[in-house]
Design a protein around this ligand. Structure first.
Ligand code: D41
Length: 674
């Protein structure tokens, strides 16, 4: 079958268009069409290629799903070696770097191109006549591996270049990496499917790029930033590094948006500080920044040492990972009784912070990683999250390393430990009789998003419990300033402040109060939903499981926990005392009554005698109803006036409710009264 010229042209047009939108989306992060529009271009292209398979080329945007697996990666010799970078760790190192350069060049001020240093894998990509023809890893700098098939699946890397004016043959070099969010999702998925998780985004990127099956790579969220070039015709080079990157970007090759141009060592150092501040907010992991003398003629004069250019240096950030020794494994009891193993560590600096304990998440996780007391472990601190143990360095395990078993009894109150239905977690069954759970629940009660009792912190709660001044949350409101002033680190002034904070907390909202009670499975959102729905604590208390389950987004498990909570005499007694102490709130607005027809769709047919269609529509909409033009199975009511049309017949056929004018007026009436 010959392919009509018209189809050929359309296919080519679609590909160009899709490539352009890939560039807008993946490289510039400035899409100019919606996802739906993009999808429809892609769908049209797929349709045409299915119909005319002879039109499919490996470069088509439809082919990013990956080529067939290969046995191994072929070695690729780099025509221009991929050098490494010298490292700097201190400000002094940077001043020394600049001094050496100035001495060699004999010049005054130097402009530097600065870039984030991405934590990924260096690759080189060869373009010929604007087409991607080969991609290879850095390897030892002289010989890498051919990863063309895998690199072709990375969405942000153009298979054909944008714009014009590129040399017949050149190499773009840069870093393949996995954005943090993609890494998180990949690991979450792997965990759910019982597959191997990756220790960090770098390992995930390396593992994904070195996949023998490109279809697997295609599903991994890899990205690429270009930071340099290999082969490039000298006469075509712009005068500076930053202009080179500008040019690459205009051809569709991604470069880090965070790059900059600065003056002198001081400019470099302020870039360093700025990037270090932003480090946790960047969507990808960095291990430092890179400074490069911007002018190519100066780069040329400076030349290379055996392994690295003299004109560039990497200024490393403090490490996010460190190794240390597990001195003990403690079991902590949370607010809802969950037992969590926590590694107590020989204190170590991680990214500028001293870390002395790290979460092991749960006993299953601890067993999977096989963490034992005495082990040397890699720990990691990312963002503001609690440090975690990444892995054990098994080679360093001493003979007397000791694994711990999940306890059968709560380490705090000795109550029996029970497994959660889910299987992974274990819990202390002691409830509020367990001092650890009691303490955590008081802390939760006082927290900012609950009762917001300013100044009631953990240390103070400890003292209050120890001295027997409180036994539960209701006792908080019986404290007086003299009692408080007698506590450690409390003077008359702070005692008075706390009394005032307690007083202030009494005026709250039903949602906050429900959240503060710490009912299992009732977080802030669920508390708000319950408050909106019931609008009164008494109504909620009286609700059964079935009634609760009627509320959208409240499932059987949550319903069970709520009912169980309000069945506990102890809980009811605490609530009674809290209310007696003066905790109060305004009744939430009746949002349900205001929009009683929420979600209901109406269709009009025929003429109404008491009002115009527009009026009727307005009334319905003010009650939350929706008016549409045609009848379907999803229509809730068809309102039939005088001389109804075909919609009436259709409603009858589909079995949709039909209201005559009188019934319609009744419905409005019933739902309008507040
Ligand atoms: O982001 C990076 N990891 C990065 C690596 C970067 N921004 N610039 C780099 N520049 C170079 C030179 C100066 C040699 C072109 C590099 C690397 N090299 C590099 N990556 C791995 C080895 C060398």
């Amino acid at each position: 079958m010959t392919v009509p010229g018209k189809v050929k042209r359309r296919v080519e047009e679609l590909r160009r268009e899709i490539e352009y939108h890939n560039y807008r989306y993946y490289v510039l992060d400035q899409p100019v069409i919606s996802d739906a529009e993009y999808d429809s271009l892609m769908a049209e292209l797929q349709r045409l290629e299915q119909r005319y398979p002879e039109l499919v080329t490996p470069e088509s945007p439809t082919q990013r799903i990956g080529a067939p697996p290969s046995e191994a990666f072929a070695p690729v010799r780099h025509d221009v070696p991929m050098l490494s970078l010298d490292n700097a760790f201190t400000e002094q190192d940077i001043h020394d770097f600049e001094r050496r350069i100035k001495e060699r060049l004999g010049v005054g001020t130097i402009d530097y191109s600065t870039e984030p240093k991405l934590d990924g894998l260096a690759v080189t990509i060869v373009y010929e006549e604007g087409h991607l023809v080969r991609a290879a890893t850095r390897g030892d700098g002289y010989t890498g591996e051919d990863v063309t098939a895998n690199v072709r699946t990375i969405r942000s890397i153009p298979l054909r270049l944008q714009g014009s004016g590129w040399p017949d043959r050149f190499e773009a070099r840069g870093e393949v990496f996995m954005p943090i969010e993609g890494f998180r999702q990949l690991n979450e998925w792997a965990e759910r499917h019982g597959e191997k998780t990756f220790a960090n985004p770098r390992n995930a990127a390396a593992g994904s790029l070195r996949q023998l099956d490109p279809k697997v790579t295609a599903r991994r969220p890899l990205d690429f930033f270009c930071y340099g070039f290999g082969i490039f015709p000298e006469e075509r080079l712009p005068p500076t590094h930053h202009e080179m990157l500008d040019q690459f970007l205009s051809w569709g090759i991604p470069v880090a948006p965070e790059r900059s141009l600065v003056q002198g060592a001081d400019g470099c150092l302020s870039y360093y500080r700025d990037m270090l501040n932003r480090r946790e907010d960047l969507p990808y992991e960095t291990d430092g920044v890179v400074y490069k003398v911007d002018r190519f003629d100066w780069q040329h004069q400076l030349g290379y040492t055996a392994r690295a250019p003299r004109w560039a240096i990497a200024h490393k950030f403090p490490a996010h990972e460190a190794t240390t020794v597990v001195e003990d494994i403690e079991v902590q009891v949370g607010r809802t009784g969950i037992l969590t193993p926590v590694a107590k560590l020989r204190p170590v600096q991680v990214g500028g912070v001293t870390v002395s304990s790290a979460s092991l998440h749960n006993f299953e996780e601890m067993k999977r990683k096989d963490v034992r007391i005495g082990d040397t472990v890699v720990i990691r601190r990312a963002g503001d999250v609690i440090p975690e143990v990444v892995q054990v360095i098994v080679e360093k395990r001493p003979d007397d390393a000791r694994a711990i078993e999940p306890p059968k009894r709560c380490p705090v109150c000795a109550s029996e430990v029970v497994a959660d239905p889910g299987g992974t977690l274990i819990r202390c069954s002691g409830g509020l009789f367990c001092p650890a759970q009691l303490k955590a629940s008081i802390k939760h009660f006082a927290s900012r998003r609950a009762m917001d009792i300013d100044g009631l912190g953990e240390k103070l709660i400890d003292q209050l419990l120890e001295k027997g001044l409180i036994k539960d949350i209701a006792d908080l409101y019986n404290l007086d300033a003299d009692q408080l002033a007698s506590l450690e680190r409390m003077g008359p002034k702070s005692a008075q402040n706390l009394i005032e904070a307690l007083e202030k907390s009494k005026h709250t909202t039903l949602a906050r109060f429900l959240y503060a009670l710490g009912i299992r499975e009732v977080g802030e959102v669920t508390a708000q939903i319950l408050a909106d729905h019931f609008r009164s604590l008494d109504k909620l208390k009286a609700a059964g499981e079935e009634e609760l389950e009627q509320i959208p987004s409240i499932g059987p498990i949550v319903a069970k926990h709520i009912v169980a909570f309000f069945r506990q005499p102890h809980n009811l007694e605490v609530i009674r005392r809290l209310l007696e102490a003066g905790i109060h709130w305004e009744t939430p607005e009746d949002t349900s009554k205001a929009r009683p027809l929420e979600g209901k769709t109406f269709v009009f047919t025929g003429t109404l005698s008491s009002m115009s269609r527009d009026e009727a529509k307005e009334k319905l909409e003010s009650l939350g109803g929706k008016v549409t033009g045609s009848v379907s199975r999803k229509t809730d009511f068809v309102v039939a006036g005088k001389d109804p049309g075909s919609k009436f017949d259709k409603a009858r056929k589909l079995g949709v409710n039909i209201l005559d004018e009188e019934q319609f007026l009744d419905l409005l009436q019933q739902n309008s009264s507040s």
